[in-house]
Ligand binder design. Structure first.
Ligand code: 8X3
Length: 256
C-alpha cells in the first residue's frame, strides 16, 4: 500500500475515519472528503503525525455534483492517480413508515447514498480505467438485502448500492479493476444518532445488550479486500456482530 492513493468519502467520522487510519497506517496517502472541514483538519494532523503519510482534505458534500467534479478535476498532479475509491459517505434519517415519512429526509438519503456515490464514481473511475488499475469499494449495508420496519427508504438506497456495485463490476469486467460491496450490520458510530435526529439515548438503545461492530472492524475488512492478489475480486462482504443474524434479528442480553 506504500504510496498508493486512497480517496475516502465521509471520512470525518465512523467507518470512513477508521479506514483513513487503517490505510494510512500501512503507508497509503489519503484524500479525506467530508462536509466538516474542521473535523477533517483534525484527522489530517492526527494521521500525518502518527503515520508520516500525506493527507489531502477535500471538503465538499458528495451531493454537490459541480463541486465534486471540480475538486477531482483540479487535483494536484501528485494526487491525481487515485488507486482506491472508498464510497463511504451515507446516512439514515428517521424510522418513519414509508407512507408518512418526511420527503426532504428521503431526498437527503437518496441524494447522498445513491447520487453522491454515483458522482464520485463518475469523476474518479474514468482515470482508473485509463491507468488500467483501481479498486472501488462501496460501503453498502445489510439493510440493502431486505427491508426492515421503519427503514424502507434507507434500505432502498442500500439496495441501490448493491445494484450499482454489480452494474459497475459488469461494466469493468474487461479491465483489471475490482468492485466490492461491503455490507455491515450493526456498527456503533454516529449512524444511529443521526437516524434518531440527535437523540443519543435512542441511539444508545440500539446497541444495548449486544457488542456491535466498530468502525475499526469494518476498516479491517476493507483493508483485507483491498489486498487480495490481482486475480481475486471479492464482490461482496456481509459482516455483522456475532449476536446478530439478520437485519432484524439480534440477540440482546441485559448484562452488556
Ligand atoms: C447499517 C445497518 O441494519 O442498522 O447500515 O441499518 S442497519
Amino acid at each position: 500500500m506504500q504510496n498508493k492513493i486512497v480517496f475516502i468519502s465521509g471520512a470525518s467520522s465512523g467507518i470512513g475515519e477508521a479506514c483513513a487510519h487503517k490505510f494510512a497506517s500501512q503507508g497509503a496517502n489519503i484524500i479525506i472528503n467530508g462536509r466538516n472541514e474542521e473535523k477533517l483538519a483534525k484527522i489530517k494532523v492526527e494521521i500525518e503525525t502518527k503515520y508520516k503519510t500525506n493527507v489531502l482534505i477535500l471538503a465538499f458534500d458528495v451531493r454537490n455534483r459541480e463541486l465534486a467534479e471540480e475538486s477531482i478535476d483540479t487535483l494536484a498532479p501528485e494526487w491525481q492517480n487515485i488507486d482506491i475509491l472508498i464510497n463511504n459517505a451515507g446516512l439514515v434519517i428517521g424510522m418513519d413508515k414509508e407512507y408518512n415519512g418526511n420527503p426532504d429526509e428521503w431526498d437527503t438519503m437518496i441524494d447522498t447514498n445513491i447520487k453522491g456515490l454515483l458522482n464520485m464514481t463518475r469523476f474518479i473511475v474514468p482515470g482508473m480505467v485509463e491507468r488500467n488499475r483501481g479498486h472501488i469499494i462501496n460501503i453498502g449495508s445489510i439493510a440493502g438485502d431486505a427491508a426492515y420496519p421503519g427503514g424502507s427508504i434507507y434500505c432502498a438506497t442500500k439496495a441501490a448500492v448493491k445494484a450499482l456495485s454489480d452494474g459497475l463490476r459488469i461494466d469493468l469486467v474487461d479491465t483489471p479493476l475490482k468492485v466490492t460491496n461491503i455490507k455491515p450490520g450493526m456498527v456503533e458510530t454516529n449512524f444511529s444518532v443521526i437516524r434518531f435526529r440527535g437523540n443519543k439515548d435512542s441511539a444508545d438503545n440500539v446497541y444495548k445488550g449486544i457488542t456491535p461492530l466498530t468502525g475499526d472492524d469494518i476498516a479491517e475488512t476493507v483493508w483485507y479486500v483491498a489486498n487480495t492478489p490481482a486475480h481475486v475480486q471479492i464482490a461482496e462482504v456481509l459482516l455483522m456482530p456475532t449476536n446478530q443474524a439478520t437485519g432484524t434479528i439480534a440477540y440482546k442480553t441485559t448484562s452488556k
